[in-house]
Design a protein around this ligand. Structure first.
Ligand code: IMP
Ligand code: MG
Length: 422
């Protein structure tokens, strides 16, 4: 049975939450594998906007099993709040439909304090993180002093937390209070704890499995615009590491990108715009961070980076979102290549030392006006949108199988069901 990996191809906020919600209709198991509550996956159901940060969007469909893989880092207070929030809206969230890996590292006030200090010291060169303690939690994992969910029962927990504080010279945190808070979660948490790797392996032949990526490929710790990245592997390799699955199990990889480009936080952004264009895109696309509320930086679609992201993830199909945001512009632009020191460059790695110096080459397109954006079939797509899609397919060399024209479920147009083509 198919196992489909859904991944973001830009700097996050590609609209993966909505696409995951759509695809999860045909899935039995939905898995999140990296990051924590630095992510914000937005889904709109019956005019109600929901932002999920930890639990996969699949939880919004009854009868599905959702899994949180070991590559994640989780703030248990926020996890509990998210469960309660979903329950308050009438969604079932129980050990019957949600399991969490005991290998997940927990975020504590120590890592949040450390993040404040790091960003402070970096000053003007700050990453502009979401300040959720994500990076320092992954760092403590690598230092081998982190606390996993499976460690919460350890009678030595307080001493271990003290070690973390001592290493980072943090004196203003009461470790016994941190230990007590962590332990206070054991009661409700324990029934949810079960290793997803075994569940996935034993269901591979009988279940449709969807992996919900978080963040975006250009934020990958290894392959992104380092150091302006998140602290996990957002590209396809992260799936395999987090979930302990055979890479050959991944039937199809779907890359999601937005019709233009956005970024929250600092770091290079070759096609970034200013002035009216940004105001237009930000307003129409509601480009404010769903986690931090920060206004997102906006610019034109960058094919040099999109080609790289499609390649690094071995993307089989593309899905493009927020095409409706371009509607109404008399002209819009796409950068098809860069110019660097007088030479043309079709593709560039985000970590390339010249990424800050490239000059985008813009192709100009005539705008389109979308009259209808919901309940459409592929053949009904606006001619301007079809032209846009053909151009992307030719330039990236990958088929586009889905187009999102708005926030609601009915504004998604699918070329075919990926579950039937895998
Ligand atoms: P961190 O993930 O909080 O460490 O932040 C590192 C960088 O990644 C910052 O620029 C964040 O704004 C960015 N970032 C992390 N997660 C997301 C996301 O889900 N969407 C967009 N940007 C993100
Ligand atoms: Mg987001």
């Amino acid at each position: 049975m198919p196992l489909i990996a859904l991944l973001g191809l830009q700097w996050g906020d590609e609209g993966k939450g909505k696409i995951c919600d759509i695809l999860s209709e045909g899935a039995d198991i939905i898995v999140r594998h990296i990051g924590g509550n630095n992510a914000g996956h937005t889904v709109v159901i019956n005019d109600r906007k929901l932002v999920l940060r930890i639990i996969p969007a699949g939880i919004l469909r009854p009868g599905k099993l959702c899994l949180l893989g070991g590559g994640m880092v989780v703030d248990l207070n926020r996890f509990y709040e998210e469960i309660e929030f979903l329950r308050s809206l009438g969604y079932e969230v129980s050990p019957n439909n949600l399991k969490i890996s005991p290998r997940i590292h927990v975020i504590t006030p120590i890592q949040k304090e450390l993040e404040r200090r790091i960003e402070d010291v970096l000053g003007n060169g700050a990453i502009g993180t979401t300040m959720r303690g994500i990076g320092p939690t992954y760092a403590d994992k690598a230092l081998r002093v982190g606390i996993r969910i499976g460690d919460l029962l350890d009678s030595d927990l307080e001493r271990r937390l003290k070690v973390v504080c001592d290493i980072h010279k943090i004196e203003n945190i009461d470790v016994s209070e941190v230990a007590d808070t962590l332990k206070s979660h054991i009661g409700w948490l324990e029934p949810f704890v079960e290793e997803p790797a075994s569940i996935i392996r034993s269901n591979l032949n009988t279940a449709n499995i969807l992996l919900e990526g978080a963040h975006g490929s250009l934020l990958d710790l290894e392959w992104g615009t380092y150091p302006f990245v998140t602290s996990s592997n957002t590209t396809v390799g992260g799936v395999v590491t987090s979930l302990g699955i055979d890479p050959r199990c991944i039937s199809k990889t779907i890359g999601v990108f937005k019709a233009y480009q956005t970024r929250v936080g600092n770091g290079p952004f070759p096609t970034e715009q200013s002035g009216e264009v940004v105001e237009y895109l930000r307003k129409r696309g509601n480009e404010y961070g769903s986690t931090t509320g920060r206004p997102r930086r906006c610019g034109w679609l960058d094919l040099s980076l999109l080609r790289f992201a499609a390649k690094i993830n071995s993307v089989d199909y593309l899905v493009v979102t927020k095409v409706d945001v371009l509607s109404g512009l008399s002209r819009y632009y796409i950068s098809d290549k860069y110019v660097l020191n007088g030479s043309e460059l079709k593709e560039i790695e985000p970590y390339n030392m010249h990424i800050g110096n490239v000059v985008p080459n813009y192709m100009e397109f005539q705008g389109f006006n979308l009259e209808k954006t919901s309940n459409l079939e592929w053949k009904d797509l606006d001619k301007g949108v079809l032209k846009y899609i053909e151009y992307i397919e030719k330039e990236v060399g990958t088929e586009v199988i889905g187009v999102s024209l708005g926030t609601t479920r009915s504004s998604y147009v699918s070329k075919f069901s990926v579950w039937e083509h895998s």
